[in-house]
Design a protein. Structure first.
Length: 353
């Protein structure tokens, strides 16, 4: 049945999940975009999936058009063997990381299963990207204090301190909404983290006053937007249809909104997105330089440092696992290898000689 917003698409029930059948006359990339947005994938995922589709098509292009054709093969003319060959190429020639190869596979599974309605099934054997045994880069507590002390005043510095104080990923901090800050319990709710999971983490006491002052400014900014006829924010999934006025409520606004309004590429509506990652990353880079560190350190390094310092302070590993949102405790155990005293306090025999 055609919808008003997308007359060239047809939805039909498939079990409990609706399946969108794109118009076969539409361009392939337009079909992919429409189906992604129907299933409420993020813009970051949309960009990544379209990137892998383009790479897949380029990899299987025939003769670059020298055979009298344009050289392009439609994915319908290919299948699991071609997908396996592409994934092997990424691992062998591209030397990509495990997560990168997995993302490419997910993109192609989505293309064939959700867009083309031709599920791949078993892709078969292909060269797997290898997961190297790498320990995360971690700052000592003294180094962390130097970096945080070198941050310039402003919102990017506040976000960097929040990353270390909570263990959040940068994108998780930027996607915080005002309703997710629980002042009474002193905790934050992280929504749709990695793996589309929610979790709870602490709100550091040292940041409460600064964050409250920041959010008071955010409230004034929102009131100004509303007075000018704006003030709407993007809502996840179908909430915008279920609660038509919720996108103007203060609780749904970003804790760290962008300094400028912009047009949403999905709807064309002008509204305020959350702050940009680059400003925070630059603030972190400048602080690392001013602190005189001789090791690489990024925003994600603060997440590793958060976990390691908690373990060094005696916090049990299961609690750290929950705070980080790790599915498997084995992922959290890697931090025991970079603690100040590896082996949970075991001393070198040389120190006792």
């Amino acid at each position: 049945m055609a919808t008003a917003s997308a007359p060239h698409l047809h939805a039909r029930p498939s079990g409990e999940r609706a399946v969108l059948i794109p118009n076969p006359k539409a361009r392939l990339f337009d079909q992919v975009r429409e189906v992604l947005r129907f299933h409420h994938y993020s813009l970051r995922t949309e960009k990544a999936y379209r990137h892998w589709l383009r790479r897949f098509l380029v990899f299987h292009r025939r003769g670059n058009g020298t055979d009298g054709t344009d050289g392009w093969r439609h994915p319908r003319q290919m299948g699991a063997p071609e997908v396996g060959a592409f994934l092997s190429h990424l691992a062998v020639a591209g030397n990509v990381a495990v997560a990168t190869q997995r993302q490419a596979l997910n993109a192609l599974v989505f293309l064939y299963g959700q867009v083309l309605q031709q599920p791949l099934g078993d892709v078969g054997e292909f060269a797997r990207a290898k997961r190297p045994a790498r320990l995360p880069e971690v700052l000592t507590q003294a180094e962390t204090r130097r970096v945080l002390g070198a941050l310039r005043p402003g919102t990017p510095g506040l976000i960097v301190r929040l990353l270390y104080g909570t263990g959040m990923r940068l994108i998780e901090a930027l996607r915080l909404r005002i309703k997710d800050v629980d002042w009474e319990r002193g905790r934050l709710t992280v929504r749709e983290g990695k793996g589309d999971k929610d979790r709870i983490t602490m709100l550091p006491d040292k940041l409460k006053l600064e964050l409250q002052q920041h959010m008071a400014r955010v409230e004034m900014l929102h009131e100004k937007d509303v007075a000018e006829g704006f003030g709407r924010v993007w809502l996840p999934h179908a909430l915008a249809r279920k609660y038509p006025s919720a996108d103007r409520e203060l609780g749904w606004q970003w804790v760290f909104p962008s300094a400028r309004r912009s047009k949403d590429p999905r709807t064309g509506m002008e509204r305020r997105h959350h702050a940009n990652e680059l400003a925070v990353q630059r603030a972190m880079k400048a602080a690392v330089r001013l602190a005189g560190l001789r090791k690489p350190a990024s925003c994600h390094t603060l997440r590793h440092s958060f976990a390691t310092h908690l373990l060094e302070g005696g916090t049990d590993i299961r609690t750290v696992q929950d705070l980080l949102g790790h599915r498997d405790v084995a992922t959290t155990q890697i931090y025991t290898h970079v603690m100040h005293k590896p082996g949970l306090g075991v001393r070198s025999p040389l120190d006792s000689a």
